[in-house]
Write a protein that binds this ligand. Sequence first.
Ligand code: ATP
Ligand code: MG
Length: 629
Amino acid sequence: HREPLGAGQLEQALCQAKDVDAQMEQLVGLLELSEGERRLRHLLVALFQEVFSEFFPGCSVLPFGSSVNGFDAHGCDLDLLLDLEPTKSLQSSARRSPGAEESILSDIDLASASPPELLELVAAVLRRCVPGVRRVRAVPTARRPVVKFSHKQSALAGDISVDNRLALHNTRFLRLCGEADERVRPLGYAVRLWAKQQGLAGNPAGGGPLLTNYALTLLVLFFLQTRSPPVLPAVARLRELAGDEDRVVVAGWDCSFPQDAVLLEPSANSESPSSLLAEFFRVFGDFDFSGRVLSLREGRALPLPEAGELFKLGSINLQDPFELSHNVAANVTEKTAWRLGHCCRAAAKYCRSLQYRCKSTKGRGWGLARLFQPGAVEPGAGAASFLISIPVPAPRCPEEPGGGFKEICAGIAFVLHDVLRCGCAPGKPPKQLGAPGAGQSLPEDPVGGKEPPGDATGVEEEPLQAATASKRSQPDGMDGAALPRAKRPRVNSPEQEEEEEEKEEEVVASWSCTVWHRVWTGRRRLRRQLLHGASPEEPEEGGDSLELEQKVSEAIVQHEGAARPPEPLLRFEASARLAGGGRREPRVLLRLTPSPAPGPLFRDFFHFLQAFLPPALRRRLGWGPGAAP
Ligand code: ATP
Ligand code: MG
């Protein structure tokens, strides 16, 4: 069978293509299983079927996952379901008729066996009776318990699970999507390979901190459902299109959809695969993963409460298309979620450059080839950082000149500095912002609107302004920079274009911050004391009265001893930028990047700020408690 492509070979092959669309099509051909590889898998499944049937009469061995979902790649693992339901029925009827034949069945009652017992049984059969099978081990603790194995002659690794019929249907769903439109597989392969190179996806069965390939593929499908017009229908629409013979409910979840892609309506969307890829990165570079639920069932992002109580909210909320209470990204850590956004932004930026769009005449990497080089399009190593997403109420339009971004930044600085007593100085402008004049602070119009008090906050010498940076050297920083994208000058070389792209970065405001006191601890008690029990109702954290919150911070500072400690408790860079806009609701994303690397103290502070800042800001800016979602 064909050897997987060696390092560099894939890039070399891709560089020969005529354009990125051709590269994407070629990528599928380079990665997908050959006929020989498919036959080999087929033979292995038949071998397993034969052996298991000896022990479990009536059982079936059914492949799922990448071997059969249309997103196969050389060397991908072999996921198998051992369906023991027919065996269980046989066994119960055999028990009723004495003298049934001797088999492994007589020892264990399958219907009442615990999952670990069943797995050990499957493992024992694999070890003793399937030729060529090595390294068998049961993993009973996974969400879906499996027996892992590898097969010597084919060098394949695989999993057998015993109770996971949903997997058969979600595999069939992925396959249907891949067949529904010819752009789906090229996009799926490109995103999968990119995510693998970036270390964002790949760990099997959701055990580690990364996205599984299944989750990543669902992200691609969700993206295609939410194009305008859509490339793929929502699962709810597929359900309407299902015929009577397609109706199926598994474990209480409706898995009905047509078997055959020819029954689907063709898409009215005409975007090219290469521009869909660029859009994928743009959309998810700016996506509020923790604040919305991505629903493939409905083909849109839902507010968190609509996911239901059983749904486990996480850093990314991606609802399984069938098992609606399951978040397929529940295992993904905050750091991975942040890296996903960061890598998408870097990739989106690369996709706007000539290196992406135009074949290099000098034999350099271009298009997908460069996208797949690990680190090639990633700006900087990317320190761990933490994101707070602040919805901006609907009538406001912070993208427009004077539409409020500057006020929002001033409000953020006010809450950090005046309410929470943090040090808050103009930050280093992000280094990629190369426009002349970018990053200069605004002496005549300090963002805080007020001089810092010269007390124990540790900010005496630090002017309270946000460093701002803009794509053009607008005279008044943020306002001008917040203009919609200006027309770009003509450019004639990739290098020049790259420079232009750098300047086109979004407008940001940034601050260098220090925290000197544990202003996040004991606030509730102090608030109550300060109110003398006047208000029986618990005031909303940060949102009731900013004067009260200022007093609470002051009391904490006093309590810790008015003398400023020699070193701050925490240091971090904060930067604010706009996200959303267009048809999506606008938000301000505040990114905190602590240095040194964050410890538990920073996490405590961050979790506090996450809850405290949005309502405090609402109050400061007079948005009113009901103004924001
Ligand atoms: P790979 O090439 O990495 O094996 P794959 O296409 O087989 O890719 P996996 O992530 O291994 O994708 O998923 C295989 C099957 O396992 C899916 O069809 C799904 O049923 C199940 N699965 C994987 N990840 C999850 C998850 N996070 N939540 C629920 N089910 C999952
Ligand atoms: Mg798999």
